[in-house]
Design a protein around this ligand. Structure first.
Ligand SMILES: Nc1ncnc2c1ncn2[C@@H]1O[C@H](COP(=O)(O)OP(=O)(O)OP(=O)(O)O)[C@@H](O)[C@H]1O
Length: 262
């Protein structure tokens, strides 16, 4: 089975703060992996290393069988950040324009969009169920709809691997359910490999086929059944205290302020 991401004995520090300590993790083609761990445990850092935005001080990273330093197929990897924070929602752009921006890397910013490209954009918008909103300003959509628009933007270049960093933060419970259904569809029907960073441990075990628990080092990497059986020990070890599962309605509400302010 092809390895989409392979990290071996990776060490990473910001200045003097050690964030990842001897982390080895493999994501195979076709897997749906959830990466969980407490705040500040290094999840986003691990993602940034996998995307090549940060370089490890030690260890090896391979993407799709190639050393990350020589990896050139960037558009095979789609990325959805914690929220649309990389995008100014006040900016007057339609869903179509936001999604089309996902193609610019491939075709160059100033090249005119041909019929084929436009069709790709509409297909990506349809995949996430936003066809009726394609020409609506992104700022006028709900949080859940915006989130789906950003997923469409990541999908438009036909990636083989989609990485999502806490995309459900601040999204209402109904949109979270819809989001998981969309990911399950992309995973099962389209064969997309998925890496999802989330705090939503309760819900995620239902949907994913692998879970990794990180806090500087990997405390668990295995299937959800084993994780559920050993959950108490794993989470107590990784979080340093017992963890109470909260349903996502609570979580979404509690984290609403985070969504707005960061
Ligand atoms: N650019 C940076 N410079 C210095 N320290 C950083 C930087 N980014 C993150 N850190 C620190 O590294 C540690 C890991 O951060 P990271 O964002 O990877 O964790 P996380 O697991 O994604 O957290 P959260 O769940 O809260 O988003 C934290 O202590 C954080 O403060």
């Amino acid at each position: 089975m092809t390895e989409m991401i392979r990290m071996e004995r990776v060490h990473f520090s910001y200045q003097n703060e050690k964030v990842l300590d001897n982390v080895s993790l493999t994501l195979h083609q076709g897997e749906f992996l959830a990466l969980v761990g407490p705040n500040g445990s290094g999840k986003s850092t691990l993602i940034k290393l996998a995307l090549g935005w940060l370089k490890p001080q030690a260890g090896d990273i391979q993407l799709m069988g190639q050393d990350i330093r020589r990896f050139r197929d960037r558009d095979k990897i789609g990325y959805v950040s914690q929220k649309a924070n990389s995008f100014n929602l006040g900016f007057p752009a339609t869903v179509f324009e936001v999604v089309a921006a996902g193609l610019y890397g491939k075709m160059g910013l100033f090249r005119w969009m041909g019929r084929k490209e436009k069709q790709k954009v509409y297909e990506a918008i349809e995949q996430v169920g936003l066809s009726d909103w394609a020409h609506r300003n992104i700022g006028r959509l709900s949080g859940g709809q915006q989130q789906r628009a950003f997923i469409a933007r990541a999908l438009v270049s036909d990636p083989d691997l989609l990485i999502l960093d806490e995309p459900t933060v601040g999204v209402d419970a109904e949109s979270v359910d819809r989001f998981y259904r969309l990911l399950t569809h992309l995973h099962r029907e389209k064969g997309l490999t998925l890496l999802l960073v989330t705090h939503d441990i309760g819900a995620v075990t239902t949907y994913v086929d692998r879970i990794a628990c990180l806090n500087k080092r990997i405390f668990f990497h295995g299937d959800p059944e084993e994780f559920t059986r050993k959950q108490k020990e794993i989470l107590t070890a990784a979080y340093g205290h017992e963890v109470q599962m909260i349903d996502h309605q609570h979580e979404a509400k509690d984290e609403m302020s985070l969504f707005v302010s960061t």
